[in-house]
Ligand binder design. Sequence first.
Ligand code: PAF
Length: 284
Amino acid sequence: MHTLHTIAEVRQQVRDWRQAGLTVGFVPTMGNLHAGHISLISEARRHADRVVASIFVNPTQFGPSEDFDSYPRTLATDSEQLSAAHCDLLFAPSVDEMYPEKNRTWVDVDDLGDHLCGASRPGHFRGVSTVVSKLFNIVLPDIACFGEKDFQQLAIIRRMAQDLFFPVRIIGVATAREANGLAMSSRNGYLSETQKQQAGAIWATLSALKTAISRGERDYPALVQQGTEKLSQAGFSVDYLTISNADTLAPAALPDSRLVIAVAARLGTTRLIDNVTLSIARDQ
Ligand code: PAF
């Protein structure tokens, strides 16, 4: 695997591959890789001849009181993992390379960013959409893989690629989980072993709500209240727990058939997110 740090070098490498008739898959990350990221690399490999991963802790998607400075930077071990997963190229730019001047152009996807994490992290998705646009314009991938754990991010990136005619196919990849259901995340590294066990309550709560809806329960506010109480009892401070329309991300109404149950909750100072989707028959 090659590691490159400049936009010009990446463009040259991708140009060479394209001239050789090869397709390019892309996995953008912020590093501190875990098995979930590696499953994105494996998925990209299935769809493209060459795979590029990026590691860039993007300052514009962190709020002023968020963990940008302390976000784990583990380039050496990340490189080993990517290499072992047969990634072809790692792009690891500096902040100056990605933001050489004060950024004046932003990509903002209307509406989808207003709900869920967007409501409590103002500007977060604008930062994500902007940096992913930059990365797409550098790597020019045929396909790009994103984890379904960040359901709202995936929805926003899909819509951005559609609205801005990025010639890339966005592929969502199922969430990798620990044995107790905890969604794998770089932020799990902030949890103690006891908290990791406690955090299994998120998946248990989402699964219970999914089962209740699948069995015909339709009082969504009551279900949300039950789920919130369950998480609070398990020691979480719940940022949001919603049953939402999986396409608009707005709170679900009774006729909606594609739903996402999404949660963000804090255990100590660590904010964890997760979700589960389900489809119900319209006439139920
Ligand atoms: O999901 C992430 O790790 C980041 O939001 C992304 C997509 C790499 C953009 O910085």
